[in-house]
Ligand binder design. Structure first.
Ligand SMILES: CC(=O)SCCNC(=O)CCNC(=O)[C@H](O)C(C)(C)COP(=O)(O)OP(=O)(O)OC[C@H]1O[C@@H](n2cnc3c(N)ncnc32)[C@H](O)[C@@H]1OP(=O)(O)O
Ligand SMILES: CC(C)C(=O)C(=O)O
Length: 513
């Protein structure tokens, strides 16, 4: 059976989701989890976009051993140089070069003729291929491109050394039958003196990203691109976990399999949800909380008689386990560590005392500790503090707040603030610690676990009034006031860093968390 390469772009196209900005530390944690899941290649970023993107790709390249790392570049030599430099330390480096080929993109956006686009493909793909053996080329907006011109663009890329041809449905326009035609046409007509692998890259504007990706695989694609939980620009990308499970359940039809450890699926989806601040919809296929819940009498009766009557996917397949050892405030360290291990959560031995202390505090406040709580607790620890500052305590009295922060030298800052509400008071208190001008641009809270005492991700954007730069930061905690305080402190640390280093070339930064 064919094994399909899985290309994850959660850290590049996924980060194009409005409001999502991963810190480098979060990107590294995600990259390691993607490697554990079995992803073939990670698109770790677009290095020419900002110093942060470059640094993230560089650091990810140096930590992954099995999974290949690729970086995106326009058909611009300086973009390719940055991408090549960023993946230089990767064990398995790749480069991804793209340029649009549809009439509307060429005429209005690129202001280039067909001949100029072909010339640019030739120059840039062959340039990238000098440095890296595996080069992917994408004709952006391929599904609104004239078929014959699409073939010329792809043939030019192949003749210039491209080893992967990715066909993006950039605006989520195509349909499964039409996409099958496009793949069949290209696979039949492209000629090559080296091995070429085709792949789809689908967006979900019409809700067909996963279906379109599966059609491409059925038509012969050997690689598939997408993101975890389908995060991405506008309506998002094809959800890789859905594609992988569809291939597994319907191997009879697709005659193809994924390289993924499917029992790591829920862990991967949870991590992305926590770091992106985007909750997984309850009714989402494969990883939604209701994916294995049976509500109505006839269904329950059927499942009791034989689960296969209504269950095509078992919870165990994607890593949902029965809670045989429930955790609570009387649990000890061994049970806690055993739970993290059985959930497949990555942690360092030296982090255990701190994580266990956090668990005990949570268990004192929350009656039922779920698997999602444990995952959120560990993820919250990763985003807890930026280099340089640790959030200690927050006390609220009416509309007044007292916060305590510590810097990396252990110096303690206690500050008071009052405002129109608790959050306002906390932010005013934090403002007094950082001696600079910022404006809150947005503030949102998303529950990442269940119940009234759910843990939540708070995502904050602030503007540095000295430079106009917008910074996003987040905090995860069961106490939404503390989560908000952590997020606001993190955003202020970024502002402080910018003011001390000079303006960086970016509109949204999040480095160092
Ligand atoms: C479909 C996708 O998801 S594509 C990836 C989208 N990702 C991003 O855009 C990442 C974030 N982007 C950025 O940081 C910036 O846009 C940068 C650094 C890449 C470029 O910034 P700027 O130089 O200021 O250009 P700006 O973004 O305003 O415009 C894009 C330019 O690139 C050109 N361009 C766009 N795509 C391509 C391409 N694939 N190859 C060559 N040129 C391209 C545009 O025509 C435009 O050129 P112009 O300035 O001559 O009109
Ligand atoms: C760069 C390409 C592959 C892309 O993201 C798109 O077209 O959606």
């Amino acid at each position: 059976m064919r094994e399909i390469e899985f290309f994850d772009t959660s850290l590049r196209d996924g980060e194009q989701t409005p409001g999502v900005s991963f810190s480098i530390k979060e990107k590294i944690a995600i990259a390691k989890q993607l490697e554990k899941w079995g992803i073939t290649v990670i698109e770790a970023g677009f290095p020419a976009a900002s110093p942060d993107s470059f640094e993230a790709v560089k650091q990810i390249s140096s930590v992954l051993t099995k999974t290949a790392v690729t970086a995106l570049a326009r058909c611009v030599i300086s973009d390719i140089d940055r991408a090549v430099e960023a993946v230089r330390d990767a064990k398995h480096p790749q480069i991804h070069v793209f340029i649009a080929t549809s009439p509307i993109h060429m005429k209005y956006k690129l202001k280039m003729s067909e001949a100029e686009v072909l010339e640019s493909i030739k120059k840039c793909v062959s340039y990238a291929h000098q440095f890296v053996e595996k080069v992917e080329f994408s004709p952006e907006d391929a599904t609104r491109t004239d078929r014959e011109f699409l073939l010329s663009a792809v043939q030019t890329a192949v003749d210039s050394g491209a080893t992967y041809i990715n066909i993006p449905d950039t605006v989520g326009y195509t349909t499964p039958a039409e996409f099958t035609d496009i793949f069949s046409y290209l696979i039949e007509n492209v000629t090559a003196d080296h091995e070429i692998i085709f792949s789809p890259h689908c967006h979900d504007d019409l809700g067909m990203a996963v279906a379109n990706s599966l059609s491409a695989i059925k038509a012969g694609a050997g690689r598939v691109e997408g993101t975890v939980n389908g995060i991405g620009e506008r309506a998002g990308n094809a959800a890789l976990e859905e594609i992988a499970v569809a291939l597994h359940i319907r191997k009879d039809y697709y005659q193809a399999k994924s390289p993924l450890q499917l029992n790591e699926t829920v862990n991967t989806a949870s991590l992305i949800s926590q770091f992106s601040g985007i909750a997984i919809p309850k009714n989402k296929a494969v990883v939604g909380a209701n994916a294995f819940a049976h509500e109505s009498g006839i269904h329950q009766d059927g499942v009791l008689k034989n689960p296969e009557t209504y269950e095509i996917i078992t919870p165990e397949l994607v890593g949902v386990h029965h809670n045989s050892l429930p955790l609570g405030k009387l649990s000890g360290r061994h049970a806690f560590v055993d739970k993290m291990t059985s959930l497949g959560i990555s942690f360092d031995e030296n982090e255990i005392p701190q994580l266990f202390a956090k668990f005990k505090t949570l268990a004192d406040k929350k009656k039922d500790i779920t698997d999602a709580d444990i995952r959120a607790l560990v993820a919250g620890d990763t985003v807890k503090n930026l280099d340089g500052f640790v959030f200690d305590t927050v006390k609220i009295d009416g509309h007044a707040a007292v916060v305590t922060l510590r810097n990396q030298d252990g110096e303690i800052f206690e500050s008071e603030g009052s405002g129109s509400g608790s959050i306002d008071a906390i932010f005013k208190a934090i403002d007094k610690v950082f001696n600079h001008e910022v404006q809150l641009v947005s503030y949102s809270v998303d529950a990442v676990t269940d119940g009234i005492d759910a843990q939540a991700t708070t995502v904050i954007s602030v503007e540095n009034l000295a430079t106009g730069t917008i910074f996003n930061a987040k905090g995860i905690d069961y106490d939404v006031l503390k989560g908000g305080a952590i997020a606001y402190m993190n955003a202020n640390v970024l502002v402080q860093k910018e003011n001390s280093q000079g303006k960086q070339n970016k509109i949204s930064a999040h480095d160092g968390i």
